[in-house]
Design a protein around this ligand. Structure first.
Ligand SMILES: Nc1ncnc2c1ncn2[C@@H]1O[C@H](COP(=O)(O)OP(=O)(O)O)[C@@H](O)[C@H]1O
Ligand SMILES: [Mg+2]
Length: 354
């Protein structure tokens, strides 16, 4: 049965290192939830605490409403898939999948039946007697998933399970894992440092930084409405300008005046302005009637990437803007004078915390 997970003031210290710093999180039953953040931010430690491989320094872990702090890993009913997969190379596919069930001392025919059903779910029927080292990377991945799912955990933790795969296989396995999630309706907690992966797969994402959670939200919320400078920079590329809020929705950036919508209490304060490169239109001509900001600049350099082009544009030496342009509509050249255009609702204004 699928269950929810609640972390309350969860903290894990290793000596003076605070790996997990007072996390509060509620994950719904059946949710596909991702922990996203750079290496070392505490993602794996959080999963190990949930599974019971580590003891918290402080705080509570609740599964299905019950505190599990003192319950050993094998009784928590939480499955784990590691990046290294940790399959038994000398055992067959079937024996690997059956492993957890044998520990539970289930009858042989029931084990057999469950293993067959699980191999069908991950589309490996007929592979039962293969050795692990006779499988491709993607197939091994699916065996690891089957082995974790066969014990019917109420929560499945996946720690960067696709980290070792090449891009094409990774995209394929993302779809595969989503399909399995949809079929099992299990609670999945997925750890990744890849924002594209988290966006593509998750119902909700917690963005982590230095042991704490910066923001929790749907992929669209964290992408379009970052609440902190860290989230703005980590989730997708962003232009980040430093400015000061003046009267009449004006923000001054290095002596240059922009229009921007900011909350009243930001008046006279220092802020960051975060704008995604794809929200900026580069034009040959002034476009002031359609855009709130239409300002002149010069193309400093560009990177042609086939499906789009990234332009770096200098705004009269005041600041630089990155803009992403679809390849339709022609190409601008280095040194060309252009206008960069964006609307105030596409610029996120964040307080500059000192
Ligand atoms: N067993 C451990 N002993 C000491 N420090 C650890 C241990 N495990 C993790 N850490 C430290 O805790 C922090 C978080 O690590 P981790 O949870 O593995 O991050 P992530 O999975 O996000 O890369 C890091 O600074 C790491 O070095
Ligand atoms: Mg990790």
């Amino acid at each position: 049965m699928t269950r929810d997970l609640e972390l309350i003031n969860l903290t894990k210290k290793y000596g003076s290192i605070i790996a997990v710093d007072n996390i509060n999180l509620y994950i719904k039953p059946g949710e596909f939830f991702s922990l996203l953040g750079p290496s070392g931010c505490g993602k794996s430690t959080t999963l190990r605490l949930v599974c019971g491989f580590e003891e918290p320094t402080k705080g509570l872990i609740k599964i299905g409403g019950n505190i599990v702090n003192d319950i050993p890993p094998y009784k928590r009913n939480v499955g784990m898939v590691f990046q290294s997969l940790a399959l038994f190379p000398h055992l067959t596919v079937g024996e690997n999948v059956a492993f957890g069930l044998k520990l539970k001392k289930l009858p042989k025919d029931i084990i057999q039946e469950k293993v067959i059903r699980m191999l069908e779910l991950v589309e490996l029927h007929g592979f039962e007697n293969r050795k692990i080292n006779e499988l491709s990377g993607g197939q091994k991945q699916r065996v690891a998933l089957a082995r974790a799912l066969v014990t019917e955990p109420s929560i499945l933790c996946l720690d960067e399970p696709l980290g070792a795969l090449d891009l094409k296989l990774r995209l394929q396995m993302q779809t595969e894992i989503k399909r399995i999630h949809d079929k099992t309706k299990n609670t999945f907690i997925y750890v990744t440092h890849d924002q594209g992966e988290a966006m593509a797969m998750s119902d909700r994402i917690a963005v982590m930084n230095k042991g704490h959670i910066e923001q929790v939200g749907t992929p669209r919320e964290v992408y379009e409405h970052p609440q902190t400078k860290f989230v703005a920079q980590f989730v997708g590329e962003s232009n980040l300008l430093m400015g000061k809020c003046l009267d009449g929705n004006k923000i001054i950036v290095n002596g240059f005046e922009l229009k921007g919508l900011y909350p009243k209490d930001f008046f006279n304060r220092e802020v960051y302005i975060s704008i995604k490169p794809e929200k900026i239109l580069v034009t040959k001509h002034h476009y002031v009637r359609k855009f709130d900001n239409s300002i002149e600049g010069k193309i400093e350099e560009y990177i042609y990437r086939g499906d789009d082009t990234i332009y770096k544009i200098s705004i009269g030496g005041h600041f630089e803007i990155l803009a992403r342009a679809q390849t339709i509509g022609g190409q601008f050249n280095k040194g060309e004078n252009v206008f960069v255009n964006w609307n105030i609702e596409d610029a996120i204004i964040l307080p500059k915390e000192d």
